[in-house]
Write a protein that binds this ligand. Structure first.
Ligand code: CA
Length: 233
């Protein structure tokens, strides 16, 4: 468990980002910086953080859309929304999409740091991060932080690639995940690559986590398209 709260900063203006990163690090936070909403969602697919500082106006999908998608996925991590505009309607829009707090640019740095500290204090981020790393389904319990899985068949130590793949499935629970997406995000391969590696991985996941690997209930095949992960009851 990290001692220093990991914070994701989503800000496309370099000079603002630099100032915020410097001051957050001075306060002892561990900062990851991305410049787009797409990059933020991808980062949060792979690892969790204690707080997101989210600029509203971003290239590509904007801060409101990032907020909406995170909440739709069931991600409850605290979000501090930043905006260049100070109109009431933006504030209301941000809060209604699930942001926890809001600050209009230009803001006072001290106030910014107080808001960050306040949100972290309210959320008990250490507990939140510990829980977000545990995934349970069908009698299995997987700890994504130490790669350990307790299954109905015994205790396993999963590999980095297996964890990477499981994170993709868990992030898209209930939704189609294409072979191309898995190849690209797990192995970094071009989505049209022909490969048996992926099939072998799926076989292995089913052997680990399905009661009857021949009749999977969690790692389902969507014929001709890809896979779908279902937690089930
Ligand atoms: Ca911006």
């Amino acid at each position: 468990m990290p001692e220093r709260a990991p914070i994701l900063l989503v800000e496309d203006e370099p000079h603002i980002a630099q100032g915020l990163i410097y001051n957050l690090q001075e306060e002892g936070y561990q900062v990851t910086h991305v410049e787009s909403g797409e990059a933020a969602l991808k980062h949060l697919d792979e690892q969790n953080c204690a707080l997101v500082i989210l600029d509203l106006m971003l290239p590509g999908i904007d801060g409101l859309e990032v907020c909406r998608r995170l909440r739709k996925r069931g991600n409850q991590l605290p979000i501090l929304m930043l905006t260049a505009r100070s109109e009431e309607q933006d504030r209301v829009a941000g809060l209604s999409e699930g942001a926890d707090d809001y600050l209009a640019k230009p803001f006072n740095l001290k106030e910014f740091l107080l808001r960050v500290a306040g949100l972290l204090r309210r959320t008990n981020w250490q507990q939140m991060l510990a829980q977000s790393n545990i995934v349970q389904f069908g009698g299995n319990r997987i700890d994504l932080s130490n790669h350990q899985a307790e299954t109905t068949k015994g205790v396993l130590q999963l590999t980095n690639l297996e964890i990477k793949m499981l994170r993709q499935f868990f992030a898209k629970e209930g939704k189609l995940i294409t072979r191309g997406e898995l190849l690209k995000s797990v192995w970094g391969m071009a989505p049209d690559t022909e490969t048996r590696t992926l099939d072998n991985f799926i076989v292995r996941l089913r052997k680990y986590f399905e009661q009857d690997p021949a009749k999977p209930r969690h790692f389902l095949t969507v014929r001709g398209r890809g896979y779908r992960f279902i937690k089930g009851s």
